[in-house]
Design a protein around this ligand. Sequence first.
Ligand SMILES: Nc1ncnc2c1ncn2[C@@H]1O[C@H](COP(=O)(O)OP(=O)(O)OP(=O)(O)O)[C@@H](O)[C@H]1O
Length: 671
Amino acid sequence: MSELAAPRPGPRLTLPRIAGYAERPESEEGKLDRLGRKLIGLGVARTAGLRRHGLSAILTETAQHEAALRPLTDAELRAAAEALRAPLRLAIAQGLPDAKMLGPAFALLREAAERTLGMRHYDVQLLGAFAMLRGAVAEMRTGEGKTLCATLASCTMALAGVPVHVITVNDYLALRDRDLMRPLYDFLGLSTGVVQAGQQEPERAAIYRADIVFGANKEIAFDYLRDRMVLRRNPGNLRRKVERLSAEGPGAVLRMRGLHFALIDEADSVLIDEARTPLVISGSTDVARNQDPGFLRRALRAARQLDEGKDYRIHPNEHRIEITPKGAERLEIMGEYGSGPFRVGVIRDHAVVQALSALHLFHRDNDYVVRDGKVQIVDENTGRIQEDRSWSEGLHQMIELKEDVELTEPRATLSRISYQRVFRRYQRLAGMTGTASDAAWELYSVYGLGVIRIPPHKGDRRRFARDRIFASEAAKCRAIAARTAELHDTGTPVLIGTRSVGASERISAELALAGIAHQLLNAVQDADEAAVVALAGQRGAVTVATNMAGRGTDIKLAPGVAELGGLHVLLTVRHDSRRVDRQLEGRCGRQGDPGRVERMLSLEDELLGSKGARWNRRAARLLRPLGPGVAALAFRARQRRVERMHGRMRHDLLAADRGLGSLLALSGEAE
Ligand SMILES: Nc1ncnc2c1ncn2[C@@H]1O[C@H](COP(=O)(O)OP(=O)(O)OP(=O)(O)O)[C@@H](O)[C@H]1O
């Protein structure tokens, strides 16, 4: 099998192997196959419209069964759900279910949701769920109610006996979504479980035996990687091995029951944004023990002696350090005067690159925080601390050395996989997000997922102000405080979106200076997140948040706030991806609410900060006198460039998946 072997996407028409450890086999795939899929992707991604897929048939089919269900008692409705199991199992086993097969299930779920949650699925939510059960990503605008929509797809699959994974971007959302919808699952007799960081055996394996398992992408992908390691280590026939290792009870060695069906919320974030970082399981081995602190310290000292530009180059957007031939020569000379592993070229150079990365690519209060004497990673996509994760291949220790905190034990890579490969191994995959179309081509060409745009339940009432651009970060912060004060005086609630812990703290300090009471939500100040979010739509509320409030956060407007124009979202940067901006914009104007979006940028913003952005920075400066709208084009152009660059990195990562370790790999404990 070649290094690039990859499974073919597209519907699978065989019965899911519930008894075994389900996953799609990797298949040989030639260059022509891949090229073909990419070309098809171009067409599918663009034309995936509602009519083309005949989705609206689900509405008439569902409506036909609804009237008969309404008079049933709860017990009778439950019995009807039981009776649906067998036909659903058959329908799902035959491949992609059609509207006729799903109509009765959707009608029943709609009725059960109204009784248990007080919410009746809107027609557009039926369309979204149907699209997902047809193996697509449903693009539904932010605030349309994807959480409720997902219950149709997850319950249908679970009733059919297929183990379901509902995957989202963080632990908080996984737990919240399960808890919000739990009355419906309980009513139907479907068991649910939520995997969360920090859970150990035997709890973890027990959770995976639930009908519907909720979890963040990292948790689920790491558990899969662990299971793969266990399976690899145990010789013998796969089937018998799986039976032995997944024995019920505390002795279960395998955590999961395989990869049957994944419903991915925030699909673009999980499948695209996160896919730049490979997952690594690490453990202490002899190789790791060889990396003693003395050697790491020596490498860090060497890195500090090198000159940027001459000996090494920094590529911040690609998160990469390149040693120049001159730098390599200098390191070789240093090696000659060194001792132990520092004399060995490959080991020394690798460690120096990690040291340079620690010094120049990873910044405190941006990529990580130092808390309780420990370096803790802040996830760049979700803004959250990843407690039990560390960077691999000595990078974490280099950052610890840089920050002068106690060194943790270096660990060696035991197993490694990219997100792309984990998700491509699901027998069935579906997703939903508010921002898929920008990523439609990649979703199809990598995962075989078409994007279907679902119309909104109500129109968009958000108003967008023109971008404003300031010469410096300080001027921008002052202007943000002044604008917030203005809005605050009218009682309008304001959500200020920032990019990092550091930026959120700077704005918070500026607001404090202006005497504006506010709430701060970031990786360091994350206590009682639900309470902060609940208050964010109150009259006069001011909330400063990082990306923690970027996706999935449902801010409900207090009475009277809609009359003031709804929530005002103040964006303080453009992110690396337009989709991240759109998610933040989507915190207002939910379910047809009014809302306002305003962006305040500065020429010192991180997006324009790197060397590669010289031209964009210059253009923005020159164009500023012509009006902020024109100068904003330079920001957007840079954003497009970074988006393309990240796309290339994901492509390379997938291609090199089984190759050597990457310095950016995230590692989890091996047990
Ligand atoms: N059918 C329905 N009836 C009544 N309220 C609904 C219905 N569907 C959704 N809602 C409400 O709409 C709000 C938004 O829902 P939700 O947070 O699931 O949106 P979302 O699409 O997931 O948003 P985002 O894209 O930001 O994650 C919630 O307050 C929810 O209770």
